[in-house]
Design a binder for this molecule. Structure first.
Ligand code: ACM
Length: 268
């Protein structure tokens, strides 16, 4: 059994040290082996200029946020997935980092950028990745990736047991849709959302929907947090349940697919 934690919090825009400190305090109080945090948990979401993006982004894994989170991982013997803005050779990505007790493991760069993110970030170039770890096979997607069913499907076909899903959701349908993503792929999904409201410059206010959740491979909600709470919820899961892809004794989720009928999906 694996103790899986989902951290929901309300970052304040631009104050990285306070946001990182808050996350560390929240996580330090729980007994978990893998914890997932929201998208852009250290900076906040609503950037209004490229200067802000440049100022707040960090190299991965060489920057302040990774260093602090890696110290926590080591101290608590814990795997952590968290979202942050990445700077890499004058390009900026909305990324998620995975680290463990032995340090940095990898990065995923958001594939499907939402709304004004397109003004600031480069679309992800890592593709989807699955990390084979002692806690299971971990796939990562970020927030709006949920809208594209292919994201979770590809991660599942790559062997993910648990899809970690850092989010800053403003649309209300994701939590419902992720139940289906879990069910159709027989995977655990962990949507770690933020809460609160941001209104910066002359931009439209954004209200984040909270309700972070964990769904099991049969589509059961194991955790559903409140809209506004800031805390870490933990549930024990049996990762092996994500390795049984049968639907009925004659139907297999992946082997029964008919890719010969789906080629339009991969046409540009
Ligand atoms: C989103 O992708 N942060 C809505």
């Amino acid at each position: 059994m694996l103790k899986l934690g989902v951290c929901q919090m309300r970052p304040e825009f631009g104050i990285k040290e306070e946001n990182v400190t808050k996350a560390i305090e929240l996580i330090s109080s729980v007994d978990a082996e893998l914890v997932v945090l929201p998208e852009l948990f250290n900076t906040g979401y609503q950037f209004i200029s490229m200067d802000e993006v440049k100022e707040l982004s960090e190299p991965i894994p060489g920057g302040y946020t990774c260093k602090m989170m890696m110290e926590l991982s080591k101290k608590r013997n814990l795997y952590i997935v968290f979202g942050m803005a990445e700077e890499c050779e004058d390009r900026y990505f909305n990324s998620a980092v995975i680290i463990g007790p032995d340090g940095y493991i990898g990065v995923y760069r958001k594939s499907h950028l939402f709304l004004d993110e397109k003004d600031f970030f480069t679309p992800g170039d890592t593709g989807f990745k699955v990390f084979e770890l002692p806690v299971g096979r971990i796939g990562i997607m970020i927030c709006f990736d949920w809208w594209f069913t292919e994201s979770a499907r590809v991660l599942s076909l790559m062997g993910a047991d648990i899809i970690c899903h850092p989010a800053n959701l403003v649309l209300t349908q994701c939590q419902m849709a992720m139940i289906t993503r879990s069910l159709e792929n027989a995977v655990y999904t962990v949507t770690a959302n933020r809460t609160g409201r941001e209104q910066r410059g002359d931009k439209r206010a954004l209200t984040y929907t909270g309700k972070s959740q964990v769904v099991d491979p049969e589509g059961n909600l194991l955790i559903r947090m409140g809209e506004d709470e800031e805390s870490v919820s933990v549930v024990e899961i049996d990762v092996s349940k994500a390795r049984d892809k049968m639907i009925t004794h004659k139907n297999h989720r992946f082997q029964d697919r008919r890719p010969d009928l789906y080629s339009i999906i991969t046409e540009a």
